[in-house]
Design a protein around this ligand. Structure first.
Ligand SMILES: Cc1cc2nc3c(=O)[nH]c(=O)nc-3n(C[C@H](O)[C@H](O)[C@H](O)COP(=O)(O)OP(=O)(O)OC[C@H]3O[C@@H](n4cnc5c(N)ncnc54)[C@H](O)[C@@H]3O)c2cc1C
Length: 246
């Protein structure tokens, strides 16, 4: 009914940019003050809507990087020639206002399930896993976690300092696809079925997998996990779009 819209997760509201910080040369984390935020679960996302002076509107989805109970944070990777991400990573300033709605999604979420967790991230696909890892720490969960993180190079690793201390029982396994620093003893190249077989928890432990990143990455990793014997309903996926694999 006109004029009686109930505020909720599907209602656009104005958020104010509290602060911004660079994560890598192309990635920025943005802390938002969202006055009517109803709370979120680890793994959910929100939508951001930008309206140009001429009235042109663009909407994009961004995973929530903060844990439930923390202020809303997103982390955005600049895509060359993109419509929205260059603005969010280069133009946006503290004090600016943007429209958001959310939280969105009830499937790609982790509420504290005790199963061993495999988190597989391609590039900015690591964003919802920051929320999950922070939530795990906040609730004192003992669920063992392996984060398999594919990035182009070490300087492209998002949340690098935070991931050096991911918490007891959390193992971070990097694979660097394009460039490895001198003396690098970790993995190089894309996530292959062989690397997954090494990194993934045995199916007998009833693990839960979350796979997030560019669409091609997600599809390749999810298919490989199913080939390893993971039941499809234990492999949760979030596709960020595009064709690039990190
Ligand atoms: C549920 C969900 C959560 C998301 N969370 C995040 C997040 O946390 N951080 C983040 O940076 N992005 C995230 N994305 C992607 C984001 O919504 C935008 O698609 C992205 O920022 C590009 O928008 P753009 O307007 O800059 O580029 P566009 O103008 O939409 O596209 C520019 C070009 O890049 C291609 N492209 C679009 N997305 C990708 C991609 N991921 N990889 C490679 N090429 C691509 C397009 O096909 C196009 O050719 C998420 C997407 C979804 C669906």
């Amino acid at each position: 009914m006109a004029g009686t819209a109930v505020r909720g997760r599907l209602t656009w509201q104005v958020a104010t940019v509290e602060s911004l910080r660079p994560e890598t040369a192309a990635v920025r984390t943005i802390d938002l003050d969202v006055p009517d935020w109803g709370g979120h679960r680890a793994g959910q996302h929100l939508d951001i809507r930008l309206t140009a002076e001429d009235g042109y509107v663009a909407e994009r989805s961004y995973s929530i990087a903060s844990a439930p109970g923390e202020p809303v944070t997103v982390t955005v990777e600049r895509l060359e020639n993109g419509e929205v991400s260059p603005y969010l990573t280069e133009e946006l300033r503290a004090g600016d206002e943007i429209e958001v709605r959310g939280p969105i999604g009830g499937y790609f979420v982790w509420d504290g399930d005790a199963s061993p967790l495999l988190l597989a991230a391609g590039g900015s696909g690591v964003v919802p896993f920051r929320s999950i890892l922070r939530h795990r720490a906040a609730i004192g969960s003992a669920a063992p976690v392996r984060l398999l993180y594919s990035a182009r190079s070490l300087p492209d690793v998002i949340y690098r300092a935070e991931l050096e201390h991911p918490g007891d029982g959390v193992e971070v396994i990097y694979t660097l696809t394009r460039q490895q620093p001198p003396g690098w003893t970790g993995h190089a190249g894309r996530v292959t079925p062989a690397l997954l077989a090494e990194a993934a928890w045995p199916v007998s432990q009833n693990p839960l997998a979350f796979v997030c990143g560019p669409t091609a990455f997600v599809e390749a990793v999810a298919a490989a996990l199913v080939d390893l014997g993971y039941p499809a309903d234990r492999v949760k996926t979030e596709r960020f779009g595009g064709v690039g694999a990190s």
